[in-house]
Design a protein around this ligand. Sequence first.
Ligand code: UDX
Ligand code: UDX
Length: 430
Amino acid sequence: MKIAIVGTGYVGLVSGTCFAEVGHEVICVDNDKKKVATLQAGQIPIYEPGLEDLIKKNVAAGRLKFTDSIKEGVEKSLVVFIAVPTPPQPDGSVDLTYIEKVAREIAAVMTEYRVIVDKSTVPVKTGDRVTQTIARYTQGKVEFDVVSNPEFLREGSAVADLMNPDRVVVGTDSERATAIMKEIYEPFKAPIMVTDLNSAELIKHAANSFLALKISYINAVSIICEMSGANVDMVAEGMGADKRIGRAFLNAGIGYGGSCFPKDLSAFTKISEDLGYDFRLLKEVSEINRIQKNRFLKQIRDTLWVLKDKKIGVLGLAFKGNTDDVRSSVAMDLVELMQREGAIVRAYDPQGMEKAKSLLPNIVYCNKAEEVAEGVEALVVATEWNEFKDLDWKSMKSKMISPHLFDGRNLLDPQKMRDIGFDYYSIGRS
Ligand code: UDX
Ligand code: UDX
């Protein structure tokens, strides 16, 4: 199948690469000429485990190409995926200007039947708008179908998620487009769910909001654990062992971040409001997430008292482990809040420092995790990087002025840390 992907970001680049990997011919289109040149030169603009090798392999095999010309992509491909950003606006609603612009650009160069697939996360009914836009700008002269095919990949495990999806959602009323989409996804050997356009669009917002709700639920439970002396890890295990609940996404911590959950929750709340329903449950999910970060900061403040001029070490800046993405990262928020109170922050992240530097230039960036501990009054674990578990914590402690350790991701063993001599604080575990 000949496929074009418009928008070569986290979603577009990984999707395009995985489509090539299963044998399709893929052209990735991006209007950022510098990014296209980088990719054409064999350099990968994002960190995602396994991605670089797959890109190199498929470029060498001639199945994966990069261009800044949307015309080239549309001319050479039967199916055109849209994977451009859908950022939040101040009122929580979704900015759809890129989607609209790309729909017009596709329409302007379309001369024969094409399937236009929306992969970006969009509000329900966007597909109808895209259909109207393409019909208007092709003046009804070219046949096409619009499909919603939401993407459920997680950053940090994007390649694995894409290659082995739990399900593939295809939203369309067209039999012709359904057959084409089934051919694209057949090699992935996953269940393909065909729905109408609106339902497919809604599935994405409903699923992401539910996952965020699970995290906020366990975070709220973590507060009760702290108040009652229970252990949230054990509670999560016990709850998660029930197949109806499941253990995944019940890790208590300083809250969820990233470019999806916060944005999708606001969007879903606003979409519901516009449709006439006050989805207060979702507002509470966001509120619990905000409180969780502030509770953690209060714990640091209660221990160190005044943060001004205190040296604090932060392990992790990315919004989760295994990624270099620092967008809407709770770790970055925490650093900023501590800096605002005058703290001197030293930090290390295995992949996220390059991207963090442009957002927060005033951090003392360290080359190794061990360096973060030098001369600090407290260490904060802010991102769930597995490698932080294996640090030589005895040696870390010896470099610190005072042994305060705040584990915002429940990554470390409380007993072990206390045996080493740390004054150890984590989430929902006394
Ligand atoms: C994606 C989805 O598109 C978004 O809807 C979802 O909610 C999150 O994931 P992401 O892949 O993370 O976004 O975006 P980003 O990494 O910013 O990449 C988007 C790419 O689109 C960029 O490379 C940008 O240059 C490109 N772009 C943007 C275009 O090619 N054309 C445009 O008009 C706008
Ligand atoms: C999410 C969805 O999981 C994915 O299906 C969708 O396509 C995009 O949005 P992503 O944001 O990449 O993926 O990462 P995810 O693993 O979901 O983590 C999101 C945030 O939740 C991170 O900040 C992470 O630290 C936090 N989290 C996750 C928890 O705090 N506890 C958990 O149990 C799980």
